[in-house]
Design a binder for this molecule. Sequence first.
Ligand SMILES: NC(=O)c1ccc[n+]([C@@H]2O[C@H](COP(=O)([O-])OP(=O)(O)OC[C@H]3O[C@@H](n4cnc5c(N)ncnc54)[C@H](O)[C@@H]3O)[C@@H](O)[C@H]2O)c1
Length: 243
Amino acid sequence: MNIIIHGAAGRMGKMMEEKIRSSTQGAAVAALVDANPPAGGFASLEAYTGPADMVVDFSNHAATKSLLDYCLGRNLPVVIATTGHTGEEKELIGEASKQIPVFYSANMSVGIAVLADLAKRAAAAFPAADIEIVEIHHNQKLDVPSGTALMLGESLREVRPGAVLLVGRHENGKRTAKEIGVHSLRLGNEVGIHEIMISTGSETLTLRHQAVSRALFADGALAAAEFLRHQPPGLYSMRDMLT
Ligand SMILES: NC(=O)c1ccc[n+]([C@@H]2O[C@H](COP(=O)([O-])OP(=O)(O)OC[C@H]3O[C@@H](n4cnc5c(N)ncnc54)[C@H](O)[C@@H]3O)[C@@H](O)[C@H]2O)c1
């Protein structure tokens, strides 16, 4: 499987290149593409017309339209690991998935998928409890809150249909029963911590996931690519891969 890495010069792109080059499953790097291309790379997807079976995207959400246009034009499946998409960009992703296989997950770790599942079960067990989400990431992260925190919040809303995600509580006043607070800390080189606290007033349950190395996300993205290459057009996530 020949993989184009989009965002190849970034932290995750470099990690992805390392994983693909050391893969024993037949994965190979087709092209390195980045707005600031690395040596031997390409400054845009359009500039690369050679063989490819898949695109893995760890770039910036602003590139979504050109990324999808390229994949649609070449009929290539795409793993979108980038986060911070606007509603409009999410719609484009949904539209594209009608024609090509698209794997879209704000977090490529199996642990986070398990965390989301556990948190939903806990929230359902304590229907009146307060829920707060805290995420901690390195000081270079662009999107706030993290895509993963939002994904966890949305997943909790499946068992709390009336709940709203309150990003960054900053006004005076009591919390309301329907809100799920989402809070962001930016510290040093932290790869990613997500904590979900569920409190009834008489007991507090804390579920916590810590990513120790970025290699974890590259492993997940490569597994997603292996999964996606055998799928028909559609929108896939970690849930589909793990079930
Ligand atoms: N899904 C996951 O598990 C997961 C894990 C880690 C990071 N991420 C996300 O992946 C993205 C990249 O993270 P990072 O830490 O590697 O960031 P980074 O800033 O180190 O790298 C991003 C790279 O994308 C390039 N880029 C930016 N705009 C571009 C464009 N329009 N076209 C082509 N290249 C462009 C930049 O030049 C840079 O090299 C972020 O959105 C981040 O939140 C997702």
